[in-house]
Design a protein around this ligand. Structure first.
Ligand code: ATP
Ligand code: MG
Length: 257
């Protein structure tokens, strides 16, 4: 963990870039989110933790515009975006999303996947090629660049989807379980990539993952979601000692080092 922390900037701006305000959502009779509020500041890396089915992916879907809340506001740069369709949120507010599953074209190669998205988002052909090459090198995709995505391993697919999400140079990046199915070294590489995105590109990030230690190693703050609400939030060291966080998620014996 200390290796990752070495790269960290000490503080993010105290300016909110994304806010969920008193958001509630039901599926049928099931209340999923209940008056949930959450804020992401510019340049912050925020982790979401919570058990299976608590609503983490739902929160990402609300931010990207895939679903709408029953009540409450989604705000980006202080603007309520509830009525904005997905493509406008992506283009106007530069939201990048790495979904929990999928996120690539099965029958295209790694290179073709990157090219397909780059052709939509980058007009200048030479910059487009530069961008693709730099992502291929950053994520060490060169040995597999001509392999169809459906044949990649779980971890290789994950890297590809993250690379795809960075083509459009997002300002806010949402990562739904980025560490799932990755080996130890790849997780470390990805943690460094996330922290570098924050440090070098001032990207704000929300990620959720069940690898709590890996998540806490690279976030500024994390929030525990329980019963449709944020029940605890804070820096990793403060959070693991928080009684609500222990009760709702960590249990008694959880340690981060
Ligand atoms: N379209 C839908 N119709 C009905 N229920 C849904 C729908 N989408 C999600 N849900 C329910 O909403 C709840 C939250 O789901 P969500 O996928 O957000 O959980 P999660 O926290 O991401 O879980 P995991 O850690 O397993 O990925 C779950 O109980 C799920 O069954
Ligand atoms: Mg999920």
């Amino acid at each position: 963990m200390s290796n990752i922390k070495k790269f960290r900037i000490k503080s993010f701006k105290n300016k909110s870039i994304l806010k969920l305000e008193k958001v509630s959502l039901k599926y049928g009779r099931n209340s999923i989110l209940d008056n949930l509020s959450l804020s992401l500041n510019q340049g912050q890396i925020l982790g979401l933790l919570g058990p299976n089915g608590v609503g983490k992916t739902t929160i990402f879907n609300l931010i990207t515009g895939l679903i709408s809340p029953d009540f409450g506001s989604i705000m980006i740069n202080s603007k309520v975006v509830n009525e904005y369709p997905i493509y406008q949120r992506t283009l106007k507010f530069k939201i990048g999303f790495v979904p929990q599953h999928g996120g690539y074209f099965h029958d295209l190669t790694v290179y073709e996947n990157l090219k397909a998205i780059a052709e939509i988002t980058i007009e200048n052909a030479s910059y487009r090629n530069e961008k693709i090459d730099s992502l291929i090198s950053k994520f060490e995709l060169d040995p597999i660049r001509d392999i169809k995505a459906k044949f990649l391993s779980g971890g290789q697919k994950k890297k590809l989807v993250i690379a795809i999400s960075l083509i459009s140079e997002p300002k806010i990046l949402l990562l739904d379980e980025p560490f799932a199915a990755l080996d130890v070294m790849t997780i470390k590489t990805l943690q460094e990539i996330i922290v570098n995105l924050q440090t070098l590109n001032n990207i704000s990030v929300i990620l959720c993952d069940h690898q709590a230690r890996d998540l806490l190693a690279c976030v500024d703050t994390a929030a525990i979601i329980h019963n449709g609400k944020v029940v605890a939030e804070g820096t990793p060291t403060s959070l693991i000692q928080n009684i609500e966080a222990k009760n709702a998620y960590f249990g008694e014996s959880f340690k981060i080092s």
